[in-house]
Write a protein that binds this ligand. Structure first.
Ligand SMILES: N[C@@H](CCC(=O)N[C@@H](CS)C(=O)NCC(=O)O)C(=O)O
Length: 228
């Protein structure tokens, strides 16, 4: 029975897992759960994830939520130790980044996206520019940490080679970029170079996975230009 993967490609951790599944060739059955259509709020999906969130995997009836736990499970089960090293200290570096990012790059990038895209649509009110500025500042604090801590220490987020920490990181960073955030390569040169390395190493899946978010970015930038 193939692995079942419940996802929406507008979700950052879902994109990270999707790229990983494609890169590793682990066979899976796709179950798209459209967040915009509130498919995650149905009774049927609540039985799959009581928290009503994606991603989720189902492995012969074993349901697992939480992207980091899913990565760990799949890497162990399918012995993908290049993505999640077996050696304890190397593994601890990947765990360290995965734990750090929730309340830093993820929450700040996601709040930038929410303030700019989701809240105005839900409330039919204009973007709260003061809030947006606040989340942009916090996002840039997290980018500063990537630049001056994580990527100053090693060339990838979880060590000296690509691991699932990099997939989590780059997919989170693409969320504010999808919302029109202009990443400044002069200010964050290590982050820029790391992004290029991760993108190049994960093609064609990186671009395939980010097609919808990048179309969103193009539409937002066009709209911003027309209002100038
Ligand atoms: N900590 C969870 C977060 C999952 C999560 O927040 N998923 C979002 C999409 S990125 C979701 O399903 N949101 C729907 C909702 O909260 O209504 C993980 O890493 O898997």
């Amino acid at each position: 029975m193939p692995l079942i993967f419940y996802y929406d490609l507008m979700s950052q951790p879902c994109r990270a897992l999707y790229i990983f599944l494609k890169m590793t060739g682990i066979p899976f059955e796709s179950k798209e759960i459209a967040l915009r259509k509130l498919e995650h709020t149905t009774d049927e999906f609540s039985r799959i994830n009581p928290f009503k969130k994606v991603p989720v995997i189902g492995d012969s009836g074993f349901l697992l939520t939480e992207s980091v736990a899913i990565f760990m499970y799949l890497c162990d089960k399918y012995e993908k130790f290049d993505w999640y090293p077996k050696e304890v200290k190397a593994r601890a570096r990947v765990n360290e980044y995965a734990n750090w990012q929730h309340l830093n790059l993820r929450s700040n990038g996601a709040m930038y996206f929410r303030t700019k895209i989701i809240t105005p649509r839900l409330t039919n009110k204009p973007i709260n520019e003061h809030e947006l500025e606040k989340w942009q500042g916090r996002l840039e604090d997290s980018l500063g940490d990537l630049e001056n801590v994580w990527l100053a220490r090693s060339s990838y987020l979880g060590g000296d080679h690509l691991t699932f920490a990099d997939l989590l990181g780059i997919c989170e960073l693409m969320q504010p970029i999808a919302a029109g955030y202009n990443f400044d390569r002069e200010k964050f040169p290590r982050v820029h170079d790391w992004m290029q390395r991760v993108k190049n190493a994960t093609q064609p899946y990186f671009d395939e996975t980010h097609a919808v978010p990048m179309r969103m970015r193009t539409a937002i930038l066009k709209d911003q230009k027309s209002k100038l």
